[in-house]
Design a protein around this ligand. Structure first.
Ligand code: SDX
Length: 430
């Protein structure tokens, strides 16, 4: 456009400024020139929780929250969910293009041959209490992995960096499966290189006493679709954590461990576990109106878990695909009785002004837990099922940050609200 600028008058001084507008943004650093005198530090932008702050330029995932659009490297999520696999989508996210057959075969072979973890990891895992939450085990073990690959510190070396990215994608299912087996008091099952990524994961988790046991193909496909849906989601809380921690040039294992701990929170990846607890608490369709009333009661602390989103002010496109996958899974496992409560909750919420005005719709976590439970996973394991596929998003965003010449160590400013300078008071005078 003719004049991509913002004309600003600082009424404190009467000075006028022209700020450049680029990509729908002004540069926050351009505010620093607005001072009342030479001593003045200059203006800053105050934006708690980064509600309106772009912290990077990214070419990986595009979301249009108002239209409910989600695209990985330009490909619509519903097309990838229908036609792709998690590893093919992982290749797309990491490399920017869908792979040729030889490229995909090479990628799958590399991932397959990195699924084992060092035997010491088993001893590390065994150190956890029998009832340790799998997400705590996963975060700790991934952080510990950095001690097995000291070369990972060479984050600017593309070949070394890519090797660690492949290791993380390959080993996350193994570590998650081991943490599941530990919490169930079961022996670890080693990866089987003859199985696909998701089939191998389900076998490591579920196989008991039958070496040739294999998961139902429909469940493998459904979980692989869920993995595709959870692979990346631009600058969400956990990805931002990976970028911020990674900006200190720490190794990718340590940065991804930070992402896992952020994902653990009930407002983020922990929501799928919280949804099941909420549905259990409601207990029956007839209790839904009462529960909705509690959520709307602002004095209470009840949230409708699995609803709402910082970006989507429309139906989360992933929730639509997951709801469809429910039917395919329930054909094999039998319908999860909690589904009726979830459907009734959605029906009532979508016509209730409180939710409509706030543009609160089901998000990716609202239905996913129903599938995981139907597959026989305990609620504590649900967020691990989010962390596994999100690993490719985290490592790809990590690499994009590390290779972005505009990025440097993250170090925000603050508005100081504490006491002015004062002298030390000896104990006897306090
Ligand atoms: C994920 O960022 C990502 O992309 C995340 C994710 C990904 O793929 O990485 O999509 C995955 O984390 C999905 C979100 C899972 N979390 C939940 O389902 C938890 C429940 N949802 C809420 O906690 C909430 O909606 C958030 C955290 C998701 C978004 O919160 P925001 O953007 O900070 O919105 P807000 O808290 O400012 O809410 C605005 C209003 C408030 O009411 P008022 O103060 O204006 O009166 O909406 C209300 C909130 O109280 N509100 C809810 C609600 N979510 C928001 N009220 C009841 N139930 C809810 N779920």
């Amino acid at each position: 456009m003719a004049n991509d600028t913002l004309s600003v008058t600082d009424n404190r001084t009467g000075k006028k400024y022209e700020l450049k507008i680029e990509n729908g943004c002004i540069r926050a650093m351009d505010l620093r020139g607005m001072k009342v005198d030479a001593e003045d530090f200059g203006l800053m932008a105050y934006d708690p929780a980064f509600m309106n702050t772009a912290n990077c330029k990214s070419a990986i995932t595009f979301i249009d929250g108002d239209k409910g659009i989600l695209e990985y490297r330009g490909y619509p999520i519903d097309q990838l969910a229908e036609k792709s696999t998690h590893l093919e989508t992982s290749y797309l996210l990491m490399n920017g293009e869908l792979p040729t057959k030889p490229q995909l075969d090479e990628f799958v072979t590399k991932i397959t041959h990195h699924t084992y973890v060092h035997e010491n990891i088993k001893q590390f895992m065994d150190g956890f209490r029998y009832d340790a939450h799998p997400m705590s085990m996963l975060a700790s073990t991934v952080a510990a992995l950095s001690s097995f690959y000291p070369e990972a510190k060479q984050v600017k070396n593309k070949e070394v960096r890519r090797n660690q990215m492949m290791r993380l994608i390959a080993k996350m299912p193994t570590l998650a499966a081991f943490s599941y087996r530990h919490s169930q008091g079961l022996p670890y099952i080693y990866p089987n290189n003859d199985l696909s990524y998701t089939e191998n994961f389900l076998t490591m988790v579920k196989s008991i006493g039958k070496p040739n046991w294999r998961p139902h193909p429909a469940l493998v496909r459904a979980l692989d679709v869920l993995f595709i849906l959870h692979a990346d989601h631009e600058q969400n809380c956990s990805t931002t954590s990976v970028r911020v921690v990674g900006s200190s040039e720490v190794d990718p294992y340590s940065a991804v461990a930070a992402g896992i701990t952020a994902l653990y929170g009930p407002l983020h990846g922990g929501a799928n576990e919280a949804v099941l607890r909420m549905l259990r608490e409601i207990g029956d369709k007839k209790n839904v109106p009462e529960f909705i009333k509690k959520v709307k009661d602002k004095d209470g602390d009840k949230k409708l878990m699995g609803f709402g989103h910082r970006v989507y002010k429309n139906y989360d496109p992933r929730a639509k695909v997951i709801k469809k996958a429910c039917d395919e899974v329930f054909e094999v496992t039998g319908k999860n009785p909690l589904l009726d409560i979830a459907v009734e909750l959605e029906r009532i919420a979508l016509q209730d002004d409180y939710f409509v005005q706030r543009k609160l719709y089901p998000n990716v976590d609202f239905y996913s837990g129903l599938i995981y439970e139907a597959m026989g996973f305990p609620m504590e394991f649900f967020t691990c099922l989010f962390a596994i596929p999100r690993t490719v998003g985290w490592v790809t965003q990590f690499e994009e940050m590390i290779t972005d010449n505009e990025q440097k160590i993250a170090r925000p400013r603050q508005i100081f609200t504490g006491p002015k300078k004062r002298d030390y008071v000896p104990t006897e005078k306090r």
